[in-house]
Design a protein around this ligand. Structure first.
Ligand code: FCB
Length: 477
């Protein structure tokens, strides 16, 4: 009897080690940034010229969109260690336990494929150490829209060699930082890169709305990025690093402008497929949605993804899915799904700068990931907003009730989905700080922390303090 008791307690002990010895991941609360939007220091430590350096400085892209030339040359100065240490201290004050940021390929391999710039690697090594020392889990985006301009001049993702160029870069990063970084992200939002931003640029150049043939020709590039994503995942797993690698997609669920109009409902469904299904289906089901393939057959018949490509993508699934959710795609029957018409549709009386505020669609999307895509581990890697006129300093304070309301309601829906069994592991606000918002330059503020772009002064907004309360309240979930 005594022996039985001893062996029983031994069994219990072993079970405890198995169950509790495995480090359970906490829920990650944090904020996100991307290198070009925050770093500045565009010629420091041997950095090469990047696509976005070129677009802002030489093409003057923001002149067309906001009527003024603006660049990320200085931005919010976060390459500077003195500056970023203060910024990390603010995240500590916020109570965050994670920070998503990206690496700049043009710093690490200035000419894209050749010599590695040790100074840049040393910089990011230090940054990662500093992030960890601040008690923050680094979520490192390897590629966030930007890459060395020399590769763009060789047609970027239009060139089949881009996959190898990217893998070479990604392998340098994984090998150097893989012991410390437990969450890597291969790519950020392929839809936005190819179907939104490049489409907009094309419209500016050609002075007319790009035809469906142009729109669909972008598919080849997106497909190539999905192959590069799968190769990077395969490589990461072969390195046996004890962490996870995933991809980040923007998710904009289709929503009919008028739910009782059949044409609107149909159009919303098709738009949904071209934004969300186009990426989710190959990643999780190993095929492109049939409706997308039908349109491709019509407008880009040369796009013929091989069965082996699709099998390869499905065999190398991401360990987690990062979703960036801002708003649904609200669609009218007459909108062409192969256009950016949906961006103009916003029924809200007070319009945010990221589309209609409809947090229930975040919930719907999360449930859909559970039901239709095998309930993957999901992190909300971006969610946030801004309203014109709200981010103004009055008596040293910034009161932003609309942003507070937005964040609260999105967190509530996210947690509801989690309670209903969605594998949700974290939530990050875009962004910690006001920063360079791509084609909108500095005209759209989305930060929890106000930045005076001239003096680099930081002022935590009211939303910073409210988000802090949310984190405190839900820390242990
Ligand atoms: C997303 C981008 C991010 C930021 C937000 C507002 O599409 O990933 O860099 O610009 O939008």
């Amino acid at each position: 009897m005594k022996q039985l008791k001893i062996s029983l307690s031994f069994l219990l002990f072993c079970t405890n080690i198995l169950v509790f010895g495995q480090k359970k991941q906490p829920f990650f609360w944090g904020v996100a940034t991307a290198a070009y939007q925050v770093e500045g220091a565009y010629q420091t430590d041997g950095k090469g010229e990047s696509k976005w350096d070129f677009l802002t400085n030489k093409v003057g892209i923001t002149q067309f969109t906001i009527g003024e030339k603006q660049t990320g040359n200085v931005s919010i100065n976060m390459y500077d260690r003195t500056q970023y240490l203060k910024d990390l201290a603010l995240l500590k004050q916020l109570g965050a336990n994670s920070y998503r940021f990206s690496l700049d390929w043009s710093r690490i391999i200035p000419d894209g494929t050749g010599a590695v710039n040790e100074k840049a690697l040393a910089h990011y090594d230090q940054l990662i150490d500093d992030v960890l020392a601040a008690g923050l889990e680094p979520f490192v985006t390897i590629y966030h829209f930007d890459y060395p301009v020399v590769l763009m001049q060789k047609d970027g993702w239009g060139n089949p060699a881009m996959v190898d160029w990217y893998i070479n870069y990604a392998s340098i990063v994984m090998k150097r930082f893989g012991k410390k970084v437990k969450h890597f992200i291969t790519f950020n939002e392929p839809y936005i890169e190819f179907f939104l931003v490049e489409n907009m640029l094309h419209e500016q150049e050609s002075k007319h709305i790009p035809p469906k043939e142009y729109y669909m020709s972008q598919m080849q590039k997106a497909h190539r990025q999905l192959i590069a994503n799968a190769k990077a995942i395969e490589l990461y797993h072969s390195l046996q690093l004890k962490g996870q690698i995933g991809i980040v997609l923007n998710v904009n669920p289709g929503a009919a402008w008028n739910a009782s109009k059949v044409a609107d409902v149909k159009a919303a469904n098709f738009q949904d497929i071209l934004i969300n299904g186009l990426f989710l289906d190959p990643l999780y089901k190993g095929k492109y949605p049939q409706m997308a393939m039908d349109s491709l057959a019509k407008y880009n018949p040369s796009f013929q993804p091989s069965a082996s490509d699709l099998t390869f993508i499905a065999q190398n699934k991401p360990d987690f899915l990062g979703i960036n959710f801002y708003a649904p795609a609200v669609v009218k029957g007459e909108d062409s799904a192969m256009s950016l018409k949906w961006l103009d549709n916003n029924p809200d009386a007070i319009k945010s700068n990221v589309g209609p505020v409809m947090p229930e669609y975040l919930y719907k999307m999360l449930i859909r990931l559970k039901k239709d895509y095998g309930n993957p581990t999901v992190y909300i890697t971006e969610n946030g907003t801004g309203f014109a006129g709200e981010d103004v300093v009055k008596n040293g304070k910034v009161n932003d009730p609309l942003r507070i309301d937005y964040i609260k309601r999105h967190v509530a829906y996210a947690l509801k989905a989690k309670r209903e069994g969605v594998n949700l592991g974290g939530y990050m606000v875009w962004s910690g700080w006001d920063n360079f918002e791509w084609v909108s330059g500095y005209t759209k503020r989305l930060g929890l922390i106000y930045v005076d772009f001239k003096t680099q002064e930081r002022i935590p907004k009211q939303s910073f303090f409210e988000y802090k309360k949310l984190i405190q309240k839900y820390k242990g979930i």
